[in-house]
Design a protein around this ligand. Structure first.
Ligand code: GLN
Length: 485
């Protein structure tokens, strides 16, 4: 089997045994990108020379018997909303088209300390606003399983890059499902940690009370390893939590005894695709066969999740994106009459339609006279949604649900209907509102050959349990071994 097709965990073993080198792996990835990416378009940029140089240095370190990091020599891709010193960070927006950050994000520092090799930056919906990666100002990413279908979003480039084995690992950000949903659509593992677990220093903010960075990988154990590397306290992110990071990569192979898998009746309501429902029911059978107890419960406020999320996310976005004014950062219009005109021309030219829609929605929701009716009310409902989960996790260890009501939809199918696109986030956004960890893993294929994802959620800071429960399922099934042609 070509090294390229192995999981990150297997690749590390191969590197340690001297069966391959980081240079060989990195060149292999760059070669796959060169052949596959013209069709898929997952990458916004690659840094081949720097990557090879980094790989060489790590190979030498290993050869010299020096101690190396946990990801030593492994190629990785980053969603293009994370800052890397000297590397363009565009957020797939015209307004940041030429932004080159002078510093590394917290997660990038950790990846470098772990000796990972940064090969490139991946496509996303502009400023991570979207569910299909079609809102990128630069290109549309296509699903490796079927080029006529979307990859999901907003971290679609990172999901596709792993699905097409262009890299073994990548990072995405998840504000309302942007790691888990594209992972589901692309047949890979994607995980959103507990809010506060991973530093967001150097992540371009979309909605700060919801944003979280997390891993993509081909399998659960590799995702657990990457999660472990990027987690931990960072005083530069005031929401970062100072708690010990679980050794998930060590414990992931230990099955959980007496596992209780919760299912919420609201998650199996109308609108759920029959094949998706069948795959989830089959997944529950797998858990039963492993000795788990299935617990039926209710999340009564989940019907308000979409409205709550889109009010809070847009409100925070309108505030966060105020900094892109043609003065501090990014694009400035060439022609203007006065200062106000310069702001509006720069922002008018720099932002795409979905970003403008969110800024207007959020500005409206926050304005005097509407604040109590919309924003404040949304915060109160958010608390109720969190309370539903608190109650649920008294009765179960993990909650299982679909990741989306259908497999990957077609390119162009929803992009001109913003409300339909927002509604497609129904299964993922509650976890962000509640701040809890969630994971998506492959659990089936549709009759048309598209991946179906199983979502597992856990109580805050129970990532270790989440990975172990996911690995039990993965071990008992073959879905993670299926690959796009
Ligand atoms: N689809 C959601 C949105 O558009 C979530 C995006 C995300 O998680 N970044 O806001």
């Amino acid at each position: 089997m070509p090294a390229q097709l192995s999981s990150a965990v297997d690749l590390i073993a191969q590197l340690n045994r001297g069966e391959t080198s980081s240079v060989e792996l990195t060149e292999g990835c760059l070669q796959t990108i060169a052949t596959q990416d013209p069709n898929i378009r997952a990458f916004l940029s690659t840094n081949a020379d720097a990557a090879i140089a980094q790989a060489k240095a790590i190979d030498e370190k290993r050869k010299a018997g020096q101690s190396v990091g946990k990801l030593a020599g492994l190629p990785i891709a980053l969603k293009d909303n994370m800052c890397v010193t000297g590397v363009k960070t565009t957020c797939a927006s015209r307004i940041l088209e030429n932004f080159v950050p002078p510093y590394d994000a917290g997660v990038v520092e950790k990846l470098k300390a772990a000796d990972a090799v940064l090969v490139g930056k991946t496509n996303l919906d502009e400023f991570a606003m979207g569910s299909s990666t079609e809102n990128s100002a630069f290109q549309v990413t296509r699903n490796p399983w079927n080029l006529e279908h979307t990859v999901g979003g907003s971290s679609g480039g990172s999901a596709a890059a792993v699905a097409a084995r262009m890299v073994p690992l990548s990072l995405g950000s998840d504000t309302g499902g942007s790691i888990r949903q594209p992972a589901g659509f692309c047949g890979v593992v994607g995980m959103k940690p507990t809010y506060g677990r991973v530093s967001r220093y150097g992540l371009v903010a979309y909605a700060s009370s919801l944003d979280q960075i997390g891993p993509f990988a081909t399998d659960v154990a590799s995702a657990a390893l990457l999660f472990e590397v990027i987690s931990g306290h960072d005083r530069r992110d005031s929401t970062s939590v100072d708690r010990p990071v679980p050794a998930s990569s060590q414990t992931v192979e230990q099955p959980l005894t007496g596992l209780r898998v919760g299912i919420a009746r609201e998650h199996f309501a109308e609108g759920l695709d029959r094949e998706v429902e069948a795959a989830i029911q089959h997944s529950l059978d797998v858990y039963r066969s492993l000795g788990a107890e299935i617990v039926e419960l209710s999340l009564p406020h989940s019907k308000y999740a979409i409205a709550t999320y889109y009010l809070i996310a847009a409100s925070e976005a309108s505030s966060n994106l105020a900094r892109f004014d043609g003065v501090h950062y990014g694009h400035r219009a060439a022609k203007f009459d006065n200062l106000i005109d310069m702001y509006s021309a720069s922002r008018g030219e720099g932002f795409g339609p979905e970003v403008k829609r969110r800024i207007m929605l959020g500005t409206y929701a926050l304005s005097a006279g509407y604040y109590d009716a919309y924003y404040l009310k949304a915060l109160r409902v958010r608390r109720l949604i969190r309370s539903d989960f608190d109650a649920a996790f008294k009765r179960c260890d993990v909650l299982a649900s679909p990741i989306a009501s259908t497999p990957a939809f077609r390119l162009g199918e929803l992009v001109n209907d913003p409300l339909a696109m927002y509604l497609s986030d129904i299964y993922t956004i509650s976890a962000n509102l509640a701040g809890i960890p969630g994971l998506s893993l492959p659990c089936g294929l549709s009759s048309t050959g598209l991946p179906i994802g199983l979502q597992l959620l856990a109580a805050p800071f129970e990532e270790e349990k989440l990975f172990r429960a996911a690995r039990m399922f993965e071990r008992a099934t073959e879905w993670h071994t299926k690959r796009p042609k």
